[in-house]
Design a protein around this ligand. Sequence first.
Ligand SMILES: O=C(O)CCC(=O)C(=O)O
Ligand SMILES: [Fe+2]
Length: 523
Amino acid sequence: AGEIYTSLLNVKEAIAIERTLIDTLGTYIDHELERLEDLKRFHSRVSDLHIAVYNGSTTAMANPLIAFTLIKRLQSEWANLVYCNEASENTQALRSGFKALEASLPKMEDLQGAAKALMRLQDVYALQVGSLTRGRFQRAARGDPVDIYRPAVSVPLSGDDCFLVGKVAYELGDFYHSVPWLEESVRLFRGSGGAWRPENQGTLEDALDHLAFSHFKEGNVSYALSLSQELLHRDPMNGRVLQNVEKYETLLVQSTSLPVSQGVGMRRPNSTALRTRNTYERLCRTRGSQPKHYENQRLFCDYFTNGDPVLLLQPIRREVQSLQPYVVLYHNFLTDKEAEDIKTLSQQGLRRSVVASGEKQETADYRISKSAWLKDSASLLMGQMDGRIARLTGLNVRTPYGEYLQVVNYGIGGHYEPHFDHATSASSPVFKLKTGNRVATFMIYLSSVEAGGSTAFIYANFSVPVVKNAALFWWNLHRNGRGDEDTLHAGCPVLVGDKWVANKWIHEHGQEFRRRCALDPEE
Ligand SMILES: O=C(O)CCC(=O)C(=O)O
Ligand SMILES: [Fe+2]
């Protein structure tokens, strides 16, 4: 079993696992209740006897029957009860039921991945952590926060839920994220009276401790001090906290003469994609600033036939999204049934998506999804689709000029940060087919999403929302074979939904007479 958080299909499968656990726990509780009923029955029988028969005197023992039953109870009944194995048998059944599922349970990696996903969504969609903990997706705005998406059912987070997210950030040394999540955790733990719960990972004290240190690392010593003082108040014997309090006090005395380092504002941790991050995130939140069709006459919608006899009978609705680079959206490229069939066909083959790294391929945080390759033999549908793509694009998409269909299912907060589909180095695995570079991408949306998940073209400054059954086509290379930098694109994090896409990558070879060279290097 691979990880779960990288594909929503696997996350959905986890529901069935928990159903089994619910049943197992239910059985355990029933058995334990029966056991406690037995204990209660015995307890009240004996205590009733003491009230009714013995009644503070010993005269009843003159009755040999009463004396016999007292002897019997003390000789065997009490021992039988006290040494009964039922409790441990019940526990054992509960634990073995759990153990049977252990292999299919999420791992630490899944919890971390899911926590990182929440922080990613918080960043990219500028969501308020306070709203998230109330089960809402809201952005800070002047005045009241604005709903980005309204879920039908909203599930609030607990103090412990927030503690875990904060702790994941904390352990990554990411105090920018640990602070707001631990703040929420402390607030919620305080609100619930700080009562201990057996299922919890952390306590109010743990949250205070992590929060104080996060503030200290962010340069907010006085806040770190007051949190540590609260912690010390609750846990006066904690020597480490006492030391911290003293340390913070000393630092504060010294720093009165130093420039105040507080209020600088916390910085988000740097990522490699820093250069394009602002544009990328803006494009994920909005559709960007690509001129609308009425602002640019050359952007249009039409019913497209490509002069093809089949398409002439059933033209396809084409929406030109951009001219430089040339990006078009073909609506209703597939039927619902076909989209479902493709998802079903790929289910067994889904593996964690990889990215090119030199000559090798490896998993990366910047691509969170699972994908499968569907060979032409997978279904008759493959050939039919190839035919449709060939008619629309006028290109040769037969193997090896077109790659197998790559079906992708995104995970929690799943995304694909800005990248090129074509190879940018001679050692790229793209050249393994020996049919040149990826000249064009034909990407089909197999699902819709509730929120997020747009496809963003960073330099071209526009984004395309997910439209189920539609297909997005663009040229990755200039006519002279050089990569077109303007095709830098990304799959935005899925805010709410189960996003599926399918990629058909078309190579240079086989297109010699279909897409000819041009003298203009920009063409
Ligand atoms: O999911 C998307 O919107 C983009 C996917 C993509 O760019 C890719 O798979 O190469
Ligand atoms: Fe791509």
